[in-house]
Ligand binder design. Structure first.
Ligand SMILES: [Zn+2]
Length: 240
């Protein structure tokens, strides 16, 4: 006698269900991610990329790095930030538009139309959201976007950042290094202009008129916390 429960666990049927689930996931993701997407298994996807943003990212890569693509295939570094915005939803709304707010960010508007973005946004409670696949360039750190994965932590200032965010950032960094063995450097955004640090060898900026802005995020105490957790939990030490 046929039984629906037994039928459900029929291997052929389970396979068909898995294929259907995969198709559903790819339909949900295809609006902004497309083929060859690299996603983090523990992050919730809130992708801000569509075809227009990819096109503008390719324009940015052409004028700043002489690249003919928006692809980030072998990342060499991770840059950690805070958003300087107090809540997750407000932070997300800042990154969601495709084009830069040229009134608010007049300081960098000469650098291109594409809006700022990062790959990951970590909420105050440590929840991780993925705004862009690992293999797409995001505009977050002048001079390094062509090779850097960006992680933003929600917070108005360093004092707002939580232990849960430090722990989630460290766990995420370890997963990124596992996925991308090409990653050798980890810095806080405030360190990006320091020519005395090893990561500076990666600095690249083809547009001589594009100014380097002064950054203080996410601060040395937060980075020390992340580094200590990486060493303690994963035995992982990355260059600055
Ligand atoms: Zn930053």
């Amino acid at each position: 006698m046929k039984n629906d429960t037994v039928h459900f666990f029929n291997p052929a049927c389970t396979f068909r269900l898995s294929v259907a689930a995969l198709l559903l996931v790819s339909v949900i993701l295809s609006g902004c991610l497309g083929r060859g997407t690299v996603l983090d298994p523990k992050a919730t996807t809130r992708c801000v990329f569509d075809d227009e943003r990819l096109r503008l990212t390719a324009d940015y890569c052409r004028s700043h790095y002489g690249m003919d693509s928006y692809q980030l295939t072998e990342p060499e570094m991770i840059v950690v930030h805070y958003t300087a915005i107090p809540t997750f939803e407000e932070s997300y709304r800042f990154f969601a538009p495709v084009t830069l707010d040229t009134v608010l960010r007049q300081d960098i508007s000469s650098g291109g139309q594409v809006n700022l973005a990062v790959h990951y946004l970590v909420d105050l409670d440590g929840a991780v959201f993925q705004l862009a696949p690992d293999n797409v360039v995001c505009r977050h750190t002048i001079g390094y976007n062509y090779t850097a994965i960006g992680i933003e932590n929600v917070g108005k200032s360093e004092a707002d950042l939580t232990e849960a965010q430090a722990a989630s950032t460290a766990d995420l960094v370890s997963r990124l290094v596992m996925r991308h063995p090409s990653i050798a450097y980890l810095i806080g955004h405030y360190q990006y202009r320091d020519s005395g640090l090893p990561h500076y060898r990666l600095f690249k900026e083809d547009d001589p008129g594009y100014r380097l802005t002064v950054k203080t995020d996410p601060g040395p105490a937060f980075m020390a916390q992340v580094r200590a957790l990486l060493k303690e939990r994963y035995g992982l030490v990355l260059l600055e």
